[in-house]
Design a protein around this ligand. Structure first.
Ligand SMILES: [Zn+2]
Length: 108
């Protein structure tokens, strides 16, 4: 389900698997339909760039590749721990994410 993504753009996350394991960074965007995310400076890939007027040589551009969200763990803004996410429904019916470690709401 698309809205069951545990991370959102702007979240701090810790990479728990893959070549950037251990890095902490910020989610730039998510692709809920693929359950993938783009995380700042994580899973960098080299992309060939075509020559342009400004850069007649062309060259290799380093950009963020996507990473599967199962390789990421949310870093709780309250306790700064990488955590799994619980959910609860607030009084007005919105679902918010809750840190399983400190039990504080992640979404304010
Ligand atoms: Zn917490």
């Amino acid at each position: 389900m698309a809205n069951s993504m545990s991370v959102k753009a702007g979240d701090r996350v810790k990479v728990i698997a893959g070549k950037d394991k251990g890095k902490e960074s910020r989610v730039l965007k998510v692709q809920p339909e693929k359950e993938r995310a783009v995380v700042e400076k994580v899973n960098m890939i080299k992309k060939a760039q075509r020559p342009t007027q400004r850069n007649p040589q062309g060259g290799l551009l380093e950009i963020e590749g996507t990473i599967h969200v199962s390789n990421l763990m949310l870093v709780c803004p309250s306790c700064s721990q990488p955590t799994r996410v619980a959910r609860r429904r607030t009084d007005d019916g919105t679902r918010v994410r809750v840190c399983k470690k400190c039990k504080n709401d992640i979404d304010k």
